[in-house]
Design a protein. Structure first.
Length: 494
């Protein structure tokens, strides 16, 4: 065991080093051993169009470097110049984490010793009146999978937006981080009837649609066509378009063809007034863009399936799924989350609907060995109160996302908001880089009326990367509940 002085030096080095790293977050995004953030690479997805090449596969942008496993004690403390303690890894696993048995090097206290008595520390914090009538918690050592703390960890509770951890893990596992989602224009033989075919790209924006119009107009000019009948096809998705919560500023109707997430203002994240007919509006805008390029387009009054014999005229692709997922987690984007559930459904040969997506996500997580007892998925975003997961499942997901055997899942960890620096944690804790937790905690938030959740990662005093999940039901004040959850996660810091 490290003596008190050595422990203080080690813990101080961790905090100092990570604060230095956190300083870089304000400029370049969260520290993550070189893994890019969606905000930094979003522009790369703009170069995503192609001309008429029937049957050509979607271009795949290779990442600058392969995804790497989450940082653990050795790499973190070695980089900070701390003295190493070659104690063996802790024993024991959390169901489904798959992390036990991995080799361990680097600084930590004696095997099995936590830096603080978590039961004694977290017990009172998770029993505060601000957290309502029922609370649950789970803390896991990501490297070993060892459960360090559990309170009602197997009790199914409403997760709110933390269900996105399940959705995104399943999507990355099902389609891979480099998958890109197409939006296509097809034409009949003479090019006088064209169809805009939605592939479910939740990131389609005016710039991308404009490039698609460029390529379409260019291809039509080669055919000598200046006037077309424009149809649009959204048949890829099935089932209800409207989320069960009804029309809401937090999500557009879920269809396979949507421009700017159906937003009726210039915002790119958060609540906004939404279109009631995103597909029709997108087709109408595409017609205007073609007209500006010298092609007159008469838009169909309703969507219809593209003719079977139609040939591809032009195509645009989304940014890689890894980028979409990072953005969705950082900003808690419900539209991207529902799109990822449907991409998982398509990969699993399920209907691309709320029900099909929920079933496919659960099946994919089962393949990953996740503990799914009591789990109920009804959507991909967590807006539905009927969703139920356990705190144990959330920490198992985070542990699996950090498993070196599954580098494809890494964007879930790199997409987590950073306390005081990004996304839904920008103004949490003490806020904007000034609090003791700022830059050191990465976590997904979840909020519905009476429900508050928080699940993420932190490096403790022993240099262990911990996954935590705290869930509360029956909360009266979201502000007070958030503060209580923030204090509970801060208690895990050195």
């Amino acid at each position: 065991m490290l003596d008190q002085k050595a422990w203080q030096v080690t813990a101080g080095s961790v905090v100092l080093g990570l604060l230095v790293a956190a300083g870089a977050v304000a400029v370049a995004g969260p520290w993550d051993d070189g893994q890019r953030k969606a905000e930094r690479t979003w522009a790369a997805g703009r170069d995503r169009t192609g001309g008429a090449h029937p049957g050509a596969p979607a271009p795949v942008r290779a990442p600058a470097r392969a995804p790497r496993p989450a940082p653990s004690a050795g790499p973190v403390l070695s980089a900070l110049g701390a003295d190493a303690d070659d104690s063996p890894a802790d024993s024991g696993t959390v169901d489904g984490s798959g992390a036990a048995g991995r080799s361990h090097t680097g600084t930590r206290a004696e095997a099995g010793e936590a830096p603080i008595n978590l039961a004694k520390t977290l017990g009172p914090l998770l029993s505060r009146p601000a957290l309502g009538s029922v609370t649950a918690g789970s803390v896991v050592d990501v490297e070993t999978g060892r459960q360090l703390y559990a309170k009602n960890a197997k009790r199914p509770m409403t997760p709110a937006s933390t269900v996105k951890l399940a959705t995104m893990t399943a999507a990355l596992s099902a389609v891979g981080p480099d998958h890109r989602i197409p939006t296509t224009v097809v034409a009949d033989e003479d090019g006088k009837r064209i169809t805009l075919v939605g592939g479910g790209d939740p990131s389609l924006d005016t710039r991308a649609l404009g490039k698609l119009a460029d390529d379409t107009a260019r291809a039509l000019r080669k055919k000598g066509v200046k006037k077309v009948a424009l149809g649009y096809d959204v048949s890829l998705y099935s089932g209800p378009r409207q989320h069960p919560i009804g029309p809401n500023d937090n999500i557009a109707p879920v269809v396979a063809l949507t421009l700017d997430e159906g937003r009726l203002n210039t915002t790119t994240s958060g609540p906004a007034p939404r279109s009631g007919d995103p597909a029709g509006d997108t087709a109408e805008e595409f017609g205007h863009l073609l007209h500006a390029r010298g092609v007159t387009a008469t838009k169909a009054a309703a969507p219809a399936k593209a003719p079977k014999d139609a040939k591809r005229l032009a195509v645009t692709y989304s940014a890689p799924v890894s980028d979409l997922i990072e953005r969705a987690l950082t900003e808690s984007d419900n539209d991207i989350a529902e799109a990822m559930a449907r991409q998982t459904a398509l990969a699993g040969h399920q209907p691309a609907s709320f029900a099909g997506g929920a079933k496919a996500v659960k099946e994919q997580l089962s393949k990953l060995g996740m503990p799914l007892g009591g789990t109920v998925f009804t959507d991909g975003s967590g807006l539905n109160r009927k969703d139920k997961v356990t705190a144990g499942l959330l920490t198992s997901l985070l542990a699996r996302d950090g498993d070196p055997a599954h580098p494809e899942l890494r964007p879930v960890l790199t997409g987590l908001p950073v306390a005081g620096f990004s996304g839904t944690l920008l103004d949490r804790y003490s806020g904007r880089g000034e609090g003791p937790a700022d830059g050191l905690i990465r976590a997904k938030t979840g909020t519905l009326t009476g429900v508050n959740t928080l699940a993420g990662t932190v490096v403790d005093a022993n240099g262990r990367l911990l996954a935590f999940a705290f869930m509360a039901d029956g909360t009266a004040s979201p502000t007070e509940a958030e503060q209580a959850l923030d204090q509970a996660s801060t208690a895990l810091l050195p």
